[in-house]
Design a protein around this ligand. Sequence first.
Ligand code: HEM
Ligand SMILES: [Cu+2]
Length: 579
Amino acid sequence: MFTEIPGLLVVTWALLGLAIYAGYRQNWQLRSVAADGGYLSGLGFESEKPTGLFRWLTTVDHKDIGVLYIVFATGAALWGGTDAMMIRTELFTAGTDVWSPDTYNALFTAHGFTMLFFFATPAFTGLANYFIPILVGADDMAFPRINAIAFWLLPPSLLLVRGGLVTEVLGKMLATVGVRWELLFSLKPPTTGWTLYTPHSALLANPQVDLVLLGLHLSGLATVMAAINIIVTIFTERGEQITWANLDIFSWTLLTTSGIILFAFPVLGSSLLMLVADRNFGTTFFAVEGGGPILWQHLFWFFGHPEVYILVLPAFGLVSLILPKFAGRKLFGFKFIVYSTLAIGVLSFGVWAHHMFATGMDPRLRASFMAVSLAIAIPSAVKTFNWMATLWGGNVRWAAPQIFCVGGIMTFIVGGVTGVFLASIPVDLVLHDTYYVVGHFHFIVMGVITFAAFAASYYWFPLLTGRMFNRRLGRIHGYLSIVGVFVTFMPLILIGYGGLPRRFASYPAAFEPLQQISSFGAVIIGVGVVIWLTNLVQSYRLGPIVTDADVWNLRESGQFSREWQWFETQLEERTKFRR
Ligand code: HEM
Ligand SMILES: [Cu+2]
């Protein structure tokens, strides 16, 4: 162990050196953040942002940080997507033919962590960072530096969570040049599942589990910091014209989500540290002789259920924001969508035990959780009907963002209805821990949540890059994704009805055909993602330059909203500059 210390010291000093140099270049104590997001020097030094790498390392501009979040989330999504493809490869055949059972367990564990904590949450935080100040007429986020810190906590936490894989690859690379560093091989990717259930997670000897717990803790800190920033920005930094009555729907959902984060993530953070203590310091929070293993499930799901709404509310916000723009009319029942969002925010804390119906809890208690879980379907349905009413009689244009919005509604209906079934105790006792549950939540996380992110990526692409993407490829991606999600996840619902438990690398041969259809569907989704990435990267480099800010013909229906008005002033300034 002690032989590792010189190496660690070198790395620490190198990082410290970089930080000091960055601080020196940024000269940040002398500058304050200016209204244009650039920097004004308090003492009359240079007034421009640094360029190149140092711009990105030291920026406190909400737009830059938004872009950093979006790029980070995209990278994480591709990583988590690779896990998903590896999972579907193993499941293509009934036997354990491709990966070992341990690798399979590590794959679905890492997939869950990566997608939930490092793709979905940061993707929406990124959009929030970029657009909320513009939408509410603020100069920047309320706390620009905390904003930067919150983002920069994420890369190290991702590395901690996925450390085992990273260090092993690094170790093997070093080994090829003759340096063998044993420490790098001591971390094994954990096999706990994203739910980290005790006693398994408490007893696993693998030290990587501790790093995962600390990494998730760190990402929780980052998420809470971002949430505080969003709340304070919306409350205190709004421009004079923005009242609660005309606050846009995206900001409303982000406000609600951030409120949920404030109550949910600290519970996760404390539970993680309790588990760290159980694993390392001999405490018995989750041991049979102490609090008991079920305590973990209560604490985890007290966080975990609100977490699913933390993820889905911003997606609802995006659908509510974008859908009317391509339906040629205003969002139907704006107020009801806001109220139902707030209702979901409150109710989401009263349903956690629907994940635990099978644990043998008191039936009276269980019934109350069933009642609230059924009740939460009502505000969800309110939104769905409002979206449909918005489309009804509208002049719908099938541009890429709209295809994803409507696809999101379609998948949300399937995801929501399967959820209502699960909320009913007798049904859940049959379907709990089967593929049905996996099907249910993927219709929502791969359906509406990812679709909303795709919709936003197309809708705002011209504003973010000043260029237009290839619209036809965008539409193809949209249709492929809808087909792909149904082909991938419908079979899982059926497999669940057949009673196949989730989280096993092998299964009875009778399920093979349905599993193969599902793997085929995953390939369709994958092809769509490749088209998306190619389209956006190539369009960013070579796409036609946008000269008219009204790229989506929004003036016609009176929906040329604030962010596009802001974009128009940007374009004007740019042309002035060129002249
Ligand atoms: C209509 C509202 C919904 C209801 C009534 C509902 C109900 C349920 C129930 C009862 C379970 C537990 C099933 C079991 O393990 O036996 C479950 C699991 C799950 N739901 Fe939902 N759900 C709803 C919406 C959502 C949404 C919006 C999301 C995501 C954003 C979501 C994500 C999940 C996840 C991730 C799990 C599985 C967690 C795991 O065991 O790994 N659900 N849902
Ligand atoms: Cu739940």
